[in-house]
Ligand binder design. Structure first.
Ligand SMILES: NC(=O)c1ccc[n+]([C@@H]2O[C@H](COP(=O)([O-])OP(=O)(O)OC[C@H]3O[C@@H](n4cnc5c(N)ncnc54)[C@H](O)[C@@H]3O)[C@@H](O)[C@H]2O)c1
Length: 130
């Protein structure tokens, strides 16, 4: 894949794996949009690499769609999506305070699994129509 001249969305690009991916794609000539819940750090990295940052919750259907539309408006139609947004709750199935809280497990699934699929479907839809 040659990302030169392509528009890339990196979710979770404000930290860790996403930050490294955003920097690598920008270094290879892609226009990079960082979509992250944490806008301050995302904005600093975007400024560093000549991209844009948009505050986004990847698990939101409407919010995700609005963010992808904003990328298309500001940079052009996205052709690359890298899903790095995610959370990790390190907890035992049963601990000294009882079983793992189910709502926290649901939250991880909501962001890591549903959020990833949400962004895939939204970006694929735009790419198919472009
Ligand atoms: N780093 C590793 O070695 C490693 C290994 C295996 C799995 N993972 C998983 O990969 C994912 C990324 O890892 P990382 O080390 O880069 O984590 P990180 O915490 O450094 O970065 C995650 C980024 O995702 C953002 N984010 C969280 N929830 C979001 C949401 N709902 N919408 C948009 N952005 C959101 C955070 O603000 C943060 O900037 C995590 O789910 C992590 O558990 C990481």
């Amino acid at each position: 894949m040659n990302p030169n001249g392509q528009i890339a969305i990196v979710t979770g690009g404000g930290s860790g794996l996403g930050e490294a991916t955003a920097r690598a794609l920008a270094a290879k000539g892609a226009g990079v949009a960082i979509l992250d819940l944490g806008i301050e750090r995302a904005a600093k990295i975007a400024a560093d690499i000549g991209g844009i940052a948009i505050q986004c919750d990847v698990s939101s259907a409407d919010g995700g769609a609005a963010c992808v539309a904003e990328v298309a408006k500001k940079l052009g139609e996205p052709r690359i999506l890298v899903n790095c947004a995610g959370i990790a709750i390190g907890m035992k199935t049963i601990g000294k305070d009882g079983p793992h809280p189910l709502d926290q497990y649901r939250k991880v699934i909501e962001v890591n699994l549903i959020g990833t699929f949400n962004m895939i479907r939204l970006v694929a839809d735009r790419a198919a129509k472009a």
